[in-house]
Design a protein around this ligand. Structure first.
Ligand code: NAD
Ligand code: 6OD
Length: 496
């Protein structure tokens, strides 16, 4: 019995582009497959270059027309209307996210869709309360100048997002881009096209001016994604996804010298000191390694535990991991859904095999669960813990993006900081300790964009979010998003 069957039935069966205020078809389509049981959920239209061009031109017309001249307060009202529209169809959005990704229903409710709404409300409120910048400057001849800063939109922003937190990451970029007066052409991942389509339905239903928000469906390289990045009518690209895709996009935008903001991959560490609250640390690492089947860019795939508590920690995490309930999100009590696709499962299982070749001890997991039902056609893997790998093993250095972590012992603060920082990535870290000064001291030496101490993936949307090294550049969140999505002009006026 699928308790979400009713809501799923309301989901669109043919997912179309939304261009210039209208849903638009394309002749070519691809299948949107369920990661839970492999069945076809819907057909998705694939944008050709003409569809991308039409979307960009519609955005440009709207940007130079009604949207650019709206007051900040009027734009904030629109953002609240969008949030109201998502709220009014909350259960449809939940059904879309669960069907496309297989994630637990409770997660879709409390994290994904709740954050989609919060993204619009937060940037609406920031827009209303943003302070101005003013400086008075003395001149050599005894006069005075007043400097003040104005913000203009960039123009047309291309948004390209991944599949792991579909609505959350899509709206994390669409909301501030619209808030700052830009018009948007957005492409969700080809793996998770449904919640973005529902968002387009919301835009239509609230009668957002045509062209302000445009949605195109399709693939990335040599397809809609790449054509969007190369289109001369796009002023900036904001992208979340793999580091190697970020690198390809950077090359594509180089000729146009377009602004880019990149939130890319990670190989994040969790560090557990012997003085940590043991139970809180075990629970925290369980979450940071296995939430969303390990498919959160912030998940910890490297866990370092201080030697005196190493064996006890490994045993406790093993017990909790084995108590996770893997399966269909429509079954009561499921904590862990499938990976996004069979293709991604091949990649993750490749690492499960490689770990053995690299000398890992498999503490738990390492294979594919058997259900004896339709889920055997899905993309499930067992949550997995390894120990015993050297720091330079590929399984310890490369992003896997699955429900897996390697746990290693350490002996000193300096040693663990060096090992955490010895990574090509620099997205996030979490530290577990009850020693106040140590928490601050270690956090300040870790080379990542985000460090949590005794917490993980707790977000205040006013704070800067982003990564160092291969994990990206630029920061979004709060005023950092407002800066990225606007062009600043300093006006300098002699007043005396
Ligand atoms: P991906 O890079 O394969 O795809 C992301 C998006 O880019 C998709 O919409 C895709 O169609 C598009 N795309 C692919 N190639 C393109 C190209 N050449 N030009 C333009 N667009 C292109 O990533 P994914 O597999 O969807 O997502 C998983 C990855 O995203 C992981 O590496 C994860 O760490 C990363 N991620 C990072 C963050 C962060 O905030 N740092 C957040 C979520 C996910
Ligand atoms: O919380 C956010 O704003 C954010 N960008 C989260 C990214 C999670 C990665 O999967």
């Amino acid at each position: 019995m699928n308790p979400n069957a009713h809501a799923q039935a309301a989901l669109p069966q043919r997912l179309r582009h939304f261009i210039d205020g209208q849903f638009v078809d394309s002749a070519e389509t691809f299948a949107n497959l369920s990661p839970i049981d492999g069945r076809e959920l819907s057909r998705v239209v694939e944008a050709d270059a003409a569809a991308v061009d039409a979307a960009v031109k519609a955005a440009r017309r709207a940007q130079q027309g009604p949207w650019r001249d709206l007051s900040a307060s009027a734009r904030a009202d629109w953002l609240h209307r969008i949030a109201d529209g998502i709220e009014a169809r909350f259960d449809d959005f939940v059904a879309a996210e669960v069907a496309d990704t297989g994630r637990p229903i409770a997660q879709a409710r409390s994290l994904d869709i709740a954050r989609g709404i919060a993204n619009f409300r937060t940037f609406a409120d920031l827009l209303r309360t943003a302070p101005g910048e003013f400086f008075e400057t003395a001149t050599d001849d005894g006069g005075k100048l007043l400097n003040y800063v104005t913000r203009k939109p960039l123009g047309v922003v291309g948004v390209i997002s991944p599949w792991n937190l579909p609505l959350l990451l899509f709206t994390w970029k669409v909301a501030p881009a619209l808030a700052m007066g830009n018009c948007v052409v957005a492409k969700p991942s080809e793996e998770t096209p449904t919640s973005a389509t529902l968002l387009a339905e919301v835009m239509r239903d609230i009668q957002l001016p045509a062209g302000v928000f445009n949605l195109i469906h399709g693939h990335g390289a040599n397809a809609a994604g790449e054509w969007l990045t190369r289109h001369p009518g796009v002023d900036a690209i904001t992208f979340t996804g793999e580091s190697k895709t970020g690198s390809a996009i950077m090359k594509a935008v180089a000729d146009g010298v377009k602004n880019v903001s990149f939130e890319l991959g990670g190989k994040n560490a969790a560090v557990v000191f012997a003085d940590a609250d043991f139970d809180a640390a075990v629970e925290g690492v369980l979450k940071s390694s296995f939430t969303n089947a390990g498919q959160v860019c912030l998940c910890s795939e490297r866990v370092y535990v201080e030697r005196p508590i190493f064996e006890r920690f490994v045993a406790a995490l093993k017990e909790k991991t084995e108590a996770l309930k893997i399966g269909s999100p429509y079954d009561a009590g499921t904590t862990t859904g499938p990976l996004i696709s069979k293709g991604h499962r091949e990649k993750v299982l490749g690492y499960y095999k490689l770990a053995l070749a690299e000398g890992a001890t498999v503490v738990t997991g390492g294979g594919v669960p058997q259900f004896g039902n339709a889920c055997d056609e899905g993309a499930f893997v067992q949550p997995t813990i390894w120990t015993g790998l050297p720091d330079d093993a590929r399984c310890v250095t490369e992003e896997i993006f699955g429900p897996v972590c390697h746990i290693a012992p350490f002996d000193s603060e300096d040693e663990v900081i060096r090992r955490v920082n010895d990574s090509a990535y620099g997205l996030a870290a979490s530290i577990w300790t009850t020693h106040l000064a140590r928490g601050h001291r270690v956090a300040q030496q870790i080379e990542t964009g985000i460090v949590w101490v005794n917490a993980w993936f707790v977000r205040d949307l006013r704070t800067p979010f982003g990564g160092a090294k291969l994990s990206g550049f630029g920061r979004e969140g709060g005023r950092h998003s407002m800066d990225f999505y606007s062009e600043l002009t300093n006006v300098c006026v002699r007043i005396a």
